[in-house]
Structures are given as structure tokens and as C-alpha cells.
Ligand binder design. Structure first.
Ligand code: GUN
Ligand code: ZN
Length: 378
């Protein structure tokens, strides 16, 4: 399973702040928390437990944000190296609205670029490509045009990924329009910075215009769909069928702690309910996805969004044996009922894994055939 979007230092706040709008939630619950994830000791305490948590939920590949600090990001990489999970991580870059007033504003752009470059030199491609680096400007509100442009150039020069947030919340979108009056729309802010392309993962992308959607497809930019976060923060519902019809590359993200649960199975469940709501009351008559479509979104499509589909994302000869073992018996209504419909088809099994996901159903997780700590073993 591939989680295309999560925030490592936010895990302690999972489940807090439901119903707040994005910008209020960031100020109240997230920035003070990320401020604490500032040195190697914090990373040594939090990151190993975080990776065990993701593995226990069935995630074998994670694309995640750290905080603005190099030391804790470096520590998170060390923890991923030891744990065995496949991880692409990045130090958050913010030079406009930030949560650490002690960082001298006149040096923040240069320092953030230099520290990101140092982390790329150490970690991008480490352990034969199990670990990777994503240059991580937080979003257009907290980054100057210079920061966006320079960070995109750094990613292009080094072959690292580039990740940020786009078009998540109406208040955020209005603020971006105010800060970047010359841009045509939110996507155009990143386009002008040179940030679009096949190594770019944009989280959320809920409220795209037809022009923005077409531009993402044209540039082969990839999107992390995070439905549980989008409903937790009442940001909106992605018109997923419209995006897929347009040919957009989409995978799934937990967006912990915007999403309250690190499990991609739970993300599929909320996503499926959200799409059903869009069809029944949202006026979008396109067909909803079936359980095996959700499985593909959370596995192969996520791998493809990262350009890693030749190594992971499906069980095929020559791939690297990133696997999970799941006990579907835990998803039955009750084990002692005299009979049920006989859920023997793969689609039926998957339907229950999504809609009756059980916290203990993942019994094992392996990356490159090496067992990960986290899942309760049977
Ligand atoms: N936009 C900018 N930062 C964040 C974040 O930490 N979480 C979410 N959900 N959206 C963001
Ligand atoms: Zn996020």
C-alpha cells in the first residue's frame, strides 16, 4: 500500500480539530506541534513509532513531510533506514508564514535551500532507492515566489521529487489569489515556478477548474487524493471521476493529521462514501469506483504516481516484494454467525477490507521481502 501524502510530526494530533477550516486548524493544532519536532532527539522519539504505526496500518511506501528543521528530518530518515519502510521524505520549506520566529527572515530562503540540498546529498536514492527525497515547499501561502521557483529548480537539478499542497480549501484559495495577483489560478502559481511535471505530487487538488485540470494532465503532474482529510476539515469532495476521465494521475494519501487515521483502507472507505455522496446528492452522475478500483488506487496507482511502478505496486515477477498479509476473517460481521453470502470473490473480500476494516487485520508487512515492525503478527 502506498500513502502518497502524510505529515510525520503531526501524528500525535491525529483526530484533533475536526470541523475547523484549514487555516484555523493549521494555526491552532499544527504549527505549534510541528514547532516541537525540531531536533534529532525528537525524531528519534517520534519517527520510529510513526513508521511502525503506518506499517501496522498496511502502508509499505510513504511520501511524507517533516517539519521545517533539517535535524529532525535527518533523524526521520535514519529511523526509516532502520525500520525498513520505503520512504520519501522532505524538510518543509516556509519563508513567508512560518512557525519559528527564531529563524532569521533574511537568511531563511538560502538556508532552507542549502539544508534541503544537504539532505538530498545524504538520502536521495539511499539503500538502492528505498529512500528518497522530496523537496517540500509547504504551500503557496507560506512560500514566496522565489522559494517556489528555487525549490522547483533544486528538485529538477537533483532528480528529487517536489511536493506541495494545492486547492484544498476555499479560504486558502482566496488567500493564494490575494498573494499572487498575477497568477491565473492556484495551479498557475506552481506552473510559473516551474513546479509542474511528472516528479511532482500535489496534495488535495479538490476545487480545480477545467483549465487547472487540463494543465495538470498536460504536464503529467500527479495528485494525492486525501478524502478523509477533506471531510475531517470540511474542505470539499474531489470530483474523482471527472479527474480520472481527464487522465489525471491520482493515488491515495492519509494526510495524517488532516486525516485522522493512517490506514489507507480507511482512506478508501471515506473516499468511497464521499464519491457515493457526490453521485447521489452532488449531481455527478458518473459511476462510482468498485472495491478493486480502490485497491488499485492505493497500490499500483500510488506507485505509478511516484514513477516506481516498475518496482512496486503489484505482485509480479521482477518486482521488489513489498507485500502485506491481511486476515479477512476479522472483517466478518461476526465469526460465529451460521452463514453469510460466501464472500469468496476477490472483489467481495476487498469490499469488506474497505467497509469493515479492522485495526488488527494487517498481520504482516514486508518491504523487499524484509519484515517490518508494526503489524501485530499472528
Ligand atoms: N496546507 C498547508 N499545510 C498543510 C498541512 O499541514 N495539512 C493540510 N491538510 N493542508 C496543508
Ligand atoms: Zn498535507
Amino acid at each position: 500500500m502506498v500513502d502518497l501524502h502524510a505529515h510525520l510530526p503531526q501524528l500525535p494530533n491525529a483526530g484533533l480539530g475536526a470541523g475547523l477550516d484549514l487555516l484555523t486548524w493549521l494555526d491552532r493544532y499544527i504549527f505549534p506541534l510541528e514547532r516541537r519536532f525540531d531536533d534529532a532527539e525528537d525524531a528519534a522519539r517520534l519517527a520510529p513509532a510513526a513508521f511502525r504505526t503506518f506499517a501496522a496500518a498496511g502502508t509499505t511506501t510513504i511520501l511524507a513531510y517533516g517539519a521545517v528543521y533539517k535535524a529532525s528530518t535527518d533523524g526521520a530518515f535514519r529511523a526509516a533506514e532502520a525500520h525498513g519502510i520505503r520512504a520519501i521524505l522532505g524538510k518543509v520549506m516556509m519563508d513567508r508564514v512560518t512557525y519559528d520566529e527564531t529563524i532569521e527572515p533574511s537568511t531563511i530562503l538560502e538556508r532552507s535551500l542549502r539544508e534541503s540540498e544537504e539532505l538530498i546529498a545524504t538520502w536521495h536514492g539511499a539503500d538502492a532507492g528505498r529512500l528518497g527525497y522530496a523537496v517540500t515547499p509547504r504551500f503557496a501561502i507560506s512560500c514566496s515566489a522565489d522559494m517556489l521557483r528555487e525549490s522547483a529548480a533544486l528538485a529538477a537539478r537533483t532528480g528529487a521529487w517536489w511536493q506541495t499542497h494545492v486547492s484544498e480549501d476555499p479560504g486558502e484559495i482566496a488567500e493564494v489569489a490575494r498573494l499572487f495577483p498575477d497568477a491565473r489560478d492556484y495551479v498557475d502559481v506552481y506552473d510559473r515556478a516551474g513546479g509542474l511535471g511528472s516528479r511532482t505530487i500535489l496534495a488535495h487538488a479538490i476545487h480545480l477548474s477545467d483549465r487547472e485540470l487540463a494543465r495538470l494532465v498536460e504536464t503529467d503532474t500527479r495528485v494525492a487524493h486525501c478524502p478523509s482529510s477533506n471531510l475531517f476539515l470540511a474542505s470539499g469532495i474531489m470530483p474523482l471521476a471527472r479527474y480520472r476521465e481527464a487522465g489525471l494521475g491520482v493515488g491515495l494519501g492519509s494526510d495524517v493529521a488532516g486525516g485522522p487515521d493512517p490506514s489507507i483502507f480507511s482512506v478508501m472507505q471515506v473516499g468511497a462514501y464521499a464519491q457515493a455522496a457526490l453521485r447521489t446528492v452532488g449531481g455527478d452522475g458518473r459511476s462510482v469506483l468498485a472495491p478493486l478500483d480502490w485497491l488499485r488506487l492505493g497500490t499500483y496507482d500510488g506507485a505509478r504516481a511516484l514513477g516506481l511502478e516498475d518496482r512496486i505496486g503489484s505482485i509480479e515477477v521482477g518486482k521488489e516484494a513489498d507485500l502485506i498479509a491481511v486476515d479477512p476473517r476479522l472483517t466478518a460481521a461476526r465469526r460465529d454467525l451460521p452463514y453469510d453470502a460466501g464472500a469468496i470473490e476477490a472483489a467481495d473480500v476487498m469490499s469488506r477490507l474497505i467497509f469493515r476494516a479492522h485495526p488488527d487485520m494487517v498481520r504482516g508487512a514486508w518491504v523487499r521481502g524484509r519484515r517490518l515492525e508494526g503489524p501485530a503478527s499472528s
